[in-house]
Ligand binder design. Sequence first.
Ligand SMILES: Cc1ncc(COP(=O)(O)O)c(C=O)c1O
Length: 482
Amino acid sequence: MSPSVSAPRLAGLLTGGSPRGTDDGPAYRSLAEGVRRLVADGRLLAGTRLPSERELTAALGVSRTTVAAAYGVLRERGYLQSRRGSGSVVSLPTGPVPGGPLSPVDGLAPDVLDLTIAAHAATPGLAEAYEEAMAALPHHLPGTGYHPYGLPEVRELLAERYTARGLPTDPSQVLVTTGALAGLGLALRALGSPGDRALVESPSYPNAMAAIRGAGLRTVGLALDEDGLDADGLDVTLRQSAARLAYLVPDFHNPTGTLVGDPTREQVARVLRRRRTTALVDETPVDLALDRPESAMPAPMASYDDRVVTLGSAAKSYWGGLRVGWLRVPLADTGRFQQARLTLDLGAAVVEQLVLAALLRRRDELLARRREQLRASRAAMVSALAEHLPDWRFTVPEGGLCLWCRLPEPRSSALADAAPAHGLRLAPGSAFGVDGGLESFCRLPMALPPDLATEAVRRVARAWDDAVTGTPARSARPVIVA
Ligand SMILES: Cc1ncc(COP(=O)(O)O)c(C=O)c1O
C-alpha cells in the first residue's frame, strides 16, 4: 500500500513553513508550484498518495477547478501519476532514482577538494595508539587471532562506555565489526529477510540505504522535518507500511545534523514498541558534540527501548582507515547475532582492535582535540558561506560533520555536475533522498581544515554560478589522476 498524506496535513505543508507556492499567477499554478517545491524539498516523498481533489479542495478552501487544474499540471510535468485504485501518487520527473552509495575515490588530483565524503584525516595521537597496539601484540600472537565477536578487552571497554552513558551493558552484548556499515550489514543479516520493509529517514546516509536495499529489503521513506525525526510521522508511516526495521540516526544526523532530544526519543520508542518495529540506531556521529558537554547529551535510544540495536564506529571520532565499528545488541539477541557473525567475516583485525582499545583509553583527550578542530572548520565554513553564498540557508548544527544547505533554487544536481570544473567533488541532494528528489539541498561536510574549508566554499560558489546560469559543465581539469 502506498503511504499517503492527509488533506489537512498537505494543506498545512502548503500554507505553513517556508515551502509556499508562489503568489503570482493563477491559483492553480501557485498550488502546483507549492506541491513541486515540497517534492524538491523532500517533504513529500515519491510514492506518497495525495488526497483526492475533493478532500484537498475542502482543506484548502479553494475551488475544485483550481485543485483539478493543479493536479493536471503536476501530472503533465511528471510529478504525479494517477493509478487506478490508488488515486494520485507523487512521482519524480526523472523516475525514482535511489541514489547509489557514495564512493570514496583513490588517485584524486592533489588540488581537488572532495566534499562527497564527510570524514576527517586521522586524529592526532593515532600513530601513538598504533605503537601501543604493536607493543601489546606479542601477547596475542600465540593464539589463533580469531575473535569473531571482538577481543574481550575491547568488548569490555565498549560496554563500559555504554554503561557510563546510562545504558548498562554486558560485554557479551557487544560485537566488534569492520565499521558501522558492516555492523548494519550484520544486523540486516540477523534480523531482516529479503522482501521485508525497512523504514529510513529521508534524507539519510546513502550507503546505509544502499546496504538495506542490497540485503533485499525494501526501503520506505520518512520525510524529516526541520527539527529532525517526528514521532507522529513515524507512527503514521509505520502503520501504513508495517516496516519491521527502522534505520535511524538520532545523534547529529547525516546529512541534516539534527540531534533528537530526550522527549522525542521517548515518543519514538513508544511508537516503535506499538508498531513492533526494531530500530537500528546508528550512533556513528555521537562523539562529535560541539556546543554541549557530553554529560548534556540525550540518553542513548537503546535506554528507551531495550530492543534497539545500536551501531557504533571509530570512523568519525578517530579515523575511517581503522575500519573498526561495533554493535550493541539486546541481551536476548546475542546468540542470533553471534550466529550471523560466523557466516560473515569471522571478526575484525586484531591490531586495529588493539588500536581502538588504546584510543578509547585516551578518548577524553583525543575527542577534545577532534572537537576543537571541527569547531574551527565549522566557523570557517559558516563565515565563507555568509560571504560567498549569502542566499543559501542552513541551521548551524550543534555537532556532527555536515551542513545541510537549502539552495535558493532546486539545482543541486546541476551544482554537483558543475563542481569538477572548479576542482571540487560534491554529492547532489538527491543522493540522500530515499528515491532521489531533494534538488533544493546540498550537503557540505565540515571535515576539512579551516583554510581548505574556506577555499571549498569559494569553489562551491563558482560552481553554483555555473549551475544557476546554465553554463554547460566544463571538464577543464581532471579530478582523478589515477
Ligand atoms: C551515519 C553514518 N553511518 C556510518 C558511516 C560509515 O561508518 P564506517 O566507516 O564505520 O563504516 C558513516 C560515514 O559517513 C555515517 O555518516
